[in-house]
Design a protein around this ligand. Structure first.
Ligand code: NAD
Length: 290
């Protein structure tokens, strides 16, 4: 049995904590929200009063937080409290910024602390079922340890050195967001022409227009009108900005990506702050009517 700390018990962290408990780990966790800490208890984990308390006896600390800035502040807190040291592997599973991730890993390496980035794709359902795609960026020396820790959560793909996972994740979400926008516009046009949306999706899914949006997001969250994928629109926009920033940084700015960021930012302004990202489909439908 391993002692694992999980900081960030939101839409993703909560089901991930359950998978880790079910795999036989002792899981101590922390979240700023009390209800999230209670959910951890319900799932067989042990809520702690602070992140440092959760991490104190852990050999692995998993972070599942909204952004790089928050990841850095939590790591600073853990360092200041002496809650992590050479025995600890810190794994950032949030969708963070790859260059900030590399800088953080350097800072931890100077203290003898191992670090890996392991962002995920597959959503809340993938977290519940242990079928996430996990994009691992790690030094060779830490790879085996990271694989053993993360195996209960899904399929671990070696992406390269530290930062590689976060780069790949951001690029994946730029594609995913672009697909969802394009699919939603195509669906609106087809439906207004009189096409049946179910027939449209069935044809797209057997043709070259297929994507995660035609296979999953539209049939499961948009058409039923539930908009409950569990992934916030603002988190998606954050990831898109990371990806376009990365493209710019390496000298190949994404023109389509920049337009997609503008469109999603406009939708974010018009929708509730906590809106699910699949609500862009609804927003596009309303915008077209106006
Ligand atoms: P979420 O907003 O549901 O959860 C984040 C949690 O972090 C919240 O419960 C919040 O209270 C907590 N938190 C914030 N600051 C904290 C702090 N200083 N200390 C302790 N807890 C703190 O977000 P989520 O959907 O679970 O996403 C988490 C990360 O995973 C994000 O980086 C997101 O981009 C990524 N992600 C989400 C999905 C998804 O489908 N929801 C899929 C893949 C990746």
């Amino acid at each position: 049995m391993s002692n694992v700390a999980l900081i960030g018990l939101g839409n993703m962290g909560t089901p991930m904590s359950r998978r880790l408990v079910d795999a036989g780990n002792r899981v101590r966790g922390f979240d700023l929200v009390e209800a999230a800490r209670e959910r951890l208890r319900d799932g067989g984990g042990e809520p702690a009063a602070t992140a440092a308390e959760a991490a104190a006896e852990a050999t692995a600390v998993i972070l599942m937080l909204p952004s790089s800035a928050i990841v850095e502040s939590v790591v600073d807190e853990l360092l200041a409290a002496g809650a992590i040291g050479p025995q600890t592997l810190v794994v950032d599973m949030s969708s963070s910024e790859p260059t900030r991730t590399q800088a953080l890993a350097e800072r931890l390496a100077a203290e003898g602390i191992a670090f890996a980035d392991a962002p995920v794709s597959g959503g809340v359902r993938g977290a519940e079922r242990g079928t996430l795609t996990i994009m691992l960026g790690a030094r060779d020396a830490d790879r085996e340890r990271a694989h053993a820790l993360l195996a209960p959560l899904g399929r671990v793909v070696d992406c390269g050195d530290v930062g590689a996972g976060h780069a790949l994740k951001a690029l994946n979400n730029l594609l995913s967001a672009t697909h969802l926008w394009a699919t939603s516009e195509a669906m609106q046009a087809g439906m207004r022409f009189g096409l049946d949306p179910e027939v449209m999706l069935s044809v797209f899914n057997g043709s070259s227009g297929k994507s995660g949006s035609t296979e999953n997001k539209w049939p499961n969250f948009v058409l039923p009108g539930t908009f409950d994928s569990g992934f916030g629109l603002r988190l998606m926009l954050k990831d898109m900005r990371i990806a376009t920033g990365l493209a710019e940084q390496v000298g190949t700015p994404s023109r389509l990506g920049a337009d997609a960021v503008d469109l999603w930012a406009e939708a974010a302004e018009g929708l509730a702050p906590d809106a699910d990202h699949t609500r862009v489909a609804e927003w596009i439908a309303a915008r077209e009517v106006a």
